[in-house]
Ligand binder design. Structure first.
Ligand SMILES: Cc1cc2nc3c(=O)[nH]c(=O)nc-3n(C[C@H](O)[C@H](O)[C@H](O)COP(=O)(O)O)c2cc1C
Length: 191
């Protein structure tokens, strides 16, 4: 199977899937499979594309240039992304390309974050086990969007993964496809 599938026609949405072991994954595997089954967006499996973690910056920048909406999908690891996605941002969002003088290549594109989280939603609030909300913990992504002129959308979160039944996971998969495809009902902020 290709680790970067592109639907025919001009795809507007690029989904970067950053899971270090998608085969043993339950949540991200199902979400990714749903997108690939529908075939409406480009799915880019980062860890499978770069098993040696040597990122082809020009290739990644060309992919970003070719899409209007970018989704970063990953399991929440230490309140952030798995390390390869961090590295991807470090090397791809270059000075003079993504920010700084002449760095306007991401300007106007949408940035969406989709995470799965072991902790329950109720733990992610002031006084809760994890103290901070997902929105607060995702601020580095939000501010990176601000800096690069991207339009940041509210995140899609699958939380409390151990309590998610197979039936609920099927519903999440359908909701996720709608979120990724930009159907307004799931946004709230999209006019
Ligand atoms: C290294 C590591 C760090 C993790 N850190 C967090 C965390 O900070 N918050 C959280 O809610 N879950 C955390 N988890 C749980 C993962 O988010 C969870 O296993 C994942 O979302 C499950 O998705 P999957 O079925 O696609 O693998 C962590 C898991 C690992 C392996």
């Amino acid at each position: 199977m290709s680790n970067h599938s592109t639907p025919s026609g001009s795809a507007a949405t690029l989904v970067i899937v950053a899971h270090p072991d998608l085969e043993t994954s339950r949540i991200n595997k199902r979400l990714t499979a749903e997108l690939e089954r529908r075939g409406n967006v480009s799915v880019h499996r980062l860890y499978e594309t770069y098993p040696d973690e040597k990122i082809d910056v020009a290739r990644e920048q060309a992919l970003l240039t070719a899409h209007d909406r970018v989704v970063l999908q990953f399991p929440f690891f230490w309140y952030s992304s798995p390390s390869l996605l961090k590295k991807w941002m470090d090397v791809v969002f270059e000075l003079g390309w993504a920010h700084g003088k002449g760095g306007d290549k991401l300007k106007g594109k949408e940035l969406l974050i989709a995470i799965s989280s072991g902790g329950a939603q109720s733990m992610y609030q002031a006084g809760g086990f994890h103290n901070y909300s997902y929105s607060e913990l995702l601020r580095p992504f939000q501010q990176s969007a601000n800096l690069t002129g991207m339009i940041y959308r509210p995140p899609f979160v699958v939380s409390g993964i151990r309590e998610v039944s197979d039936e609920q996971l099927e519903k999440y998969a359908v909701d996720y496809a709608a979120y990724v495809e930009g159907r307004p009902s799931l946004y709230g902020t999209k006019g």
